[in-house]
Design a protein around this ligand. Structure first.
Ligand code: SAH
Length: 239
């Protein structure tokens, strides 16, 4: 059953209003009719079955029942992801949203091929949020990951968790393995580098900030693969 997110709190018998994009999807893409039922997730992550009322192109719904929705990971994962090329970035947004990431923080480091452009960033953030929202509607999550404005390493301290890791393929000590570090942490922050990797000084700075080196195995993964790998490993080890 199709699912949509709304940014209000709902209870049974409420009327829910869909935005223009959702209305277009309901009426033109899914070709739903009045009295069809869709799932709506409210601002608190609660799921409700909703009776559609379509009048020409206006679309609303009557909340008829609540259903149990618990499709979130037990661990809050914050992915601090170096900016990479658009198509790979979009792939990472989609896959990590499907895999349960809680927050995605774009990171600007020295070897990023893509430079964050403040002027265009607001528009990009709208596009990023749309990608993660659609991924969460498709995989039936309770909540949508937040994609923040890009940061530099100086601001990394604002995004720490119980466990803080930097994926570094050239760690002399080979770094910790996922299965060694994922224990009963409630929250994890993982930093992934760009196509060109991290400089040694950037890794040193993150180590000094309490980020331990993490190995993702013997092979060198593309950045978007590394991000997906981390979420898959946490999911597999903890769910
Ligand atoms: N330096 C790499 C390119 C960077 S890979 C090269 O020589 O080609 C992009 C990012 O993915 C890295 O910065 C790192 O964060 C992560 N990564 C990829 N493979 C990894 C591995 N085997 N172990 C740890 N991190 C890895």
């Amino acid at each position: 059953m199709q699912q949509y997110f709304v940014s209000v709190e709902l209870k049974i018998n409420d009327v829910v209003y869909f935005d223009n994009e959702q209305t277009h999807h309901i009426v033109k893409v899914m070709r739903f009719k009045s009295e069809d039922i869709v799932k709506v997730v409210d601002v608190n992550g609660k799921g409700f079955e909703t009776f559609l009322c379509i009048d020409n192109v206006k679309c609303s719904g009557i909340v008829i029942s609540e259903f149990l929705l618990n499709n979130e990971m037990d661990i809050d994962v914050t992915l601090v992801m170096a900016l990479i090329k658009k198509d790979k970035w979009d792939y990472m947004l989609m896959k990590c949203s499907e895999l349960g990431v809680k927050k995605i923080v774009p990171l600007q480091v020295s070897r990023c091929v893509v430079k964050s452009d403040d002027e265009k960033m607001d528009k990009k953030l709208v596009r990023y949020q749309k990608i993660v929202t659609q991924a969460c509607e498709q995989c039936k999550r309770n909540s949508i990951p937040q994609v923040t404005k890009p940061i530099t390493l100086k601001q990394l301290k604002d995004y720490t968790s119980d466990l803080n890791l930097v994926a570094f393929e050239s760690a002399k000590d080979k770094g910790l393995k996922m299965r060694e570090v994922i224990k009963s942490n409630k929250s994890i922050t993982v930093v992934i580098g760009p196509e060109g990797g991290f400089s040694d000084s950037e890794v040193l700075l993150m180590n000094e900030m309490g980020f331990n080196n993490l190995s993702l195995g013997k092979r060198i993964l593309r950045a978007e693969t590394a991000a997906t790998y981390v979420l898959c490993a946490i999911d597999a080890l903890c769910e």
